[in-house]
Design a protein around this ligand. Structure first.
Ligand SMILES: Cc1cc2nc3c(=O)[nH]c(=O)nc-3n(C[C@H](O)[C@H](O)[C@H](O)COP(=O)(O)OP(=O)(O)OC[C@H]3O[C@@H](n4cnc5c(N)ncnc54)[C@H](O)[C@@H]3O)c2cc1C
Length: 399
């Protein structure tokens, strides 16, 4: 059988893989992207990804360069203020409430929130505009033979592809990573996240709020209004059995429980989407590269959904890879390029995994003394203006 040649083969057409395809395609590279699961591009369809992604400032530049931002901007809700509430007292009420305003560090908002199913729709449409990008939904990676000169990949339809660079964006159980024998270090928390959308009578005013009590954070992120009603996306983390109970209880009971858990911040919350459930882990690949191969996104690192870091870390992977490729296109996929990628990304990934792990453990705390210490810690950090600003910059990924 004939072998197809390409600059880049991307294994995985999730949001990270599609972003990478648009970024490298816009830069003029020949790209093939494959995914056995065709993307679901309508919110009401079965299997639609009901999560939202808060893209932080540095990610916007990546999306602009990829020709995606102009398509996405009309659907984005800006995040001007990030608020943290501690509701860990004996009663579920806000006892410490601190707001971080993007104005203190920048003219732009912290970020912009978008629905994941809509991201897929706009990304697939962008790839159709790029003649040098081929997207093959319904076809996956079957086998990988990565050598110093090329990555040879057999696809599930029998096609052979030879790529100068193979980008593994095929998720937390990455088949490419497994084929290369790269191990992972995984932390399990026994938690799950519920993701869904709500409307509420009180406007969110572009404030994103993380509420801590026990079991994990309850996070409200602004969305554009729905038929004149203020709307937010919610990620609610709890211990596994409690999350499953909440996912299946009847809607009236669920609405009452989530309104109480939100401390009544935006008034009574009304469920306007399905509830989807996501397992929560931290994970990092033992290496970020193999011969002619780079791991990106969840194939390389998984974090609990706190501080909107997951996909933003993935776009940082794409930015670094693209910078290296554009600086020396002839060296695409070479050992030097891949070493430089790992050197630039691994320390940042490690730091963020460690930081988010600590935040998650603090948020899960059930014992009252630990919850009190968390509230005191929040007050102390907030009280020091330079620390507060550094934390904001660190969270954004601009330091
Ligand atoms: C509840 C929740 C909320 C979140 N909120 C945010 C947020 O606000 N901001 C943020 O930055 N991040 C957020 N994240 C993280 C973010 O959603 C993930 O980082 C992101 O969706 C993962 O993208 P991915 O493309 O790496 O993986 P996936 O979406 O898992 O994509 C992997 C793809 O690989 C494909 N695949 C599997 N096998 C093969 C094969 N053999 N060949 C080819 N392809 C294959 C799969 O079909 C899939 O489409 C959140 C996560 C959760 C759980």
């Amino acid at each position: 059988m004939q072998t197809e040649q390409t600059d880049i083969l991307i294994s995985g057409g999730g949001v990270a893989g599609l972003s990478a395809a648009a970024a490298f395609g816009s830069a003029g590279f020949q790209v093939i992207v494959v995914d056995p699961a065709p993307p679901v591009t309508e919110g009401a369809a079965d299997g639609a990804d009901m999560r939202t992604t808060a893209f932080l400032q540095p990610s916007r530049e990546v999306l602009e360069k990829a020709g995606l931002w102009a398509r996405l901007a009309p659907f984005a809700a800006p995040l001007q203020v990030m608020q943290i509430i501690d509701a860990g007292g004996t009663e579920p009420v806000a006892r410490v409430q601190k707001a971080f305003n993007a104005r203190d560090i920048s003219d732009d908002p912290f970020g912009w929130n978008l629905q994941n199913w809509l991201l897929r729709r706009e990304m697939v449409a962008r790839l159709e505009e790029l003649p040098n990008v081929t997207f093959r939904p319904g076809v996956g990676t079957a086998d990988v033979l990565a050598r110093e000169r090329e990555a040879r990949v057999r696809l599930t339809d029998g096609t052979m592809v030879s790529a100068r660079l193979l980008i593994a964006a095929d998720g937390r159980n990455s088949p490419v990573r497994n084929a290369l024998g790269i191990g992972v270090r995984t932390t399990r928390y026994g938690q799950k996240a519920l993701a869904f959308a709500v409307t509420h009578p009180i406007p969110h005013d572009n404030v994103s709020t993380e509420i801590h009590r026990s079991g994990g954070p309850f996070t409200l992120v602004p969305l554009p209004d729905l038929e004149g009603q203020p709307r937010s996306a919610i990620v609610w983390m709890e211990r596994g059995p409690e999350a499953l109970r909440l996912a299946s209880c009847d809607v009236a009971e669920f609405e009452a429980e989530m309104t109480a858990r939100s401390t009544g911040l935006l008034g009574p919350l009304k469920l306007v989407s399905r509830r989807s459930v996501w397992p929560i882990i931290s994970q990092m690949a033992e290496r970020l590269t193999g011969p002619r191969t780079s791991l990106i996104a969840e194939a390389a690192h998984v974090v609990p959904p706190i501080g909107a870091q997951g996909l933003n870390m993935s776009l940082a992977d794409v930015r670094v890879l693209l910078e290296l490729a554009e600086a020396a296109p002839d060296t695409l996929g070479s050992p030097e390029m891949l070493q430089a990628y790992a050197r630039k990304r691994a320390p940042d990934v490690r730091t963020r995994i460690t930081g988010i792990d600590l935040l998650n453990r603090a948020s899960m705390a059930g014992a009252q003394p630990l919850r009190d210490a968390r509230a005191q810690g929040l007050k102390a950090l907030y009280g020091l203006a330079p620390v507060r600003k550094s934390l904001m910059q660190l969270g954004l990924g601009v330091r």
